[in-house]
Design a protein around this ligand. Structure first.
Ligand SMILES: Nc1ncnc2c1ncn2[C@@H]1O[C@H](COP(=O)(O)OP(=O)(O)O)[C@@H](O)[C@H]1O
Ligand SMILES: CC(C)(COP(=O)(O)O)[C@@H](O)C(=O)NCCC(=O)O
Ligand SMILES: [K+]
Length: 231
């Protein structure tokens, strides 16, 4: 049994991996992990470096081998287009590797709706063609709130594209419009066979993209991690 961790800028997601099966863990504490004989911990982290050593201590898993994954120029017949490949967020790299297990040699637009919203294109030769990074749904709201005097709102659950009629609804719905608008522009500029969506806001966003071939997969990054375990 392996423990897989995806450490993002907002929260840490965890799954167990055994015989090709993923099982999400809702609680990740020393107490909930202590009874398992872990074969290894695989970590995809875009957080500050010191966060991992703290996590290792906190989870009391110092005796288990930890593997910190890094973005590469190429692996598993997938290529990374960055001139400095290690600079591509490892979550984005693993999402590309995960996507290529679901749809082999297929044009894909891969979107991770996390703290930031990342959009990456993978072509049918499994070459990463590049992408975009924009503020995610919550950051869109925070950007306006923290840089203006009179938008005294608080980031909330953006749940509608209707025209707002007070500051709060204008900020919330505007954030959703910015994100879904960027996704639609991405699709218009360069459509693909499928639009793969993952991340904390993925489920919410699918509601506004029902006319596009959206494939929602909460495990996308972990599918990428599993390729390193199986290799
Ligand atoms: N239980 C939750 N805790 C925190 N954020 C959540 C939760 N469920 C959905 N979200 C949404 O997910 C976003 C973070 O997505 P996530 O993929 O976890 O980010 P990251 O990978 O950057 O840590 C938040 O901005 C929030 O809108
Ligand atoms: C773009 C990201 C911040 C997204 O991370 P997240 O919002 O999901 O926590 C992360 O992939 C990252 O730090 N990337 C490094 C820069 C790059 O990908 O070019
Ligand atoms: K992420």
């Amino acid at each position: 049994m392996y423990l897989l961790l995806d450490v993002g800028n907002t929260r840490t997601k965890a799954v167990t991996y055994h015989n090709g099966q993923f099982r999400p863990l809702t609680e990740v504490t020393a107490e909930t992990l202590k009874d398992e004989a872990w074969q290894g911990v695989y970590v995809a982290s875009v957080a500050a470096e010191d966060k991992i050593s703290l996590l290792k201590q906190k989870l009391e898993l110092g005796h288990v081998p930890w593997h910190l994954l890094r973005s590469e120029a190429s692996a598993f017949s997938v290529t990374n287009c960055y001139q400095m490949p290690e600079k591509l967020g490892v979550d984005r790299w693993l999402a590309l590797l995960g996507a290529a297990t679901l749809f082999v040699n297929t044009d894909l637009l891969i979107i991770d709706a996390g703290t930031a919203l990342t959009l990456d294109w993978l072509n049918d030769k499994q070459q990463h063609e590049g992408g975009w990074i924009i503020p995610g749904v919550r950051l869109q709201q925070e950007a306006v709130i923290s840089n203006t005097a009179k938008v005294q709102s608080r980031p909330g659950e953006a749940n509608s594209l209707r025209l707002g009629n007070d500051t709060h609804s204008c900020v919330e719905n505007g954030a959703l419009a910015a994100v879904t608008g960027a996704i639609r522009l991405a699709w218009q500029l360069r459509p693909a066979k499928h639009l793969l969506l993952t991340g904390g806001d993925a489920e919410k966003l699918t509601t506004y993209l029902t006319d596009l071939p959206v494939y929602h997969d909460p495990l996308l990054i972990f599918r990428g991690v599993a390729r390193y375990i199986n290799s």
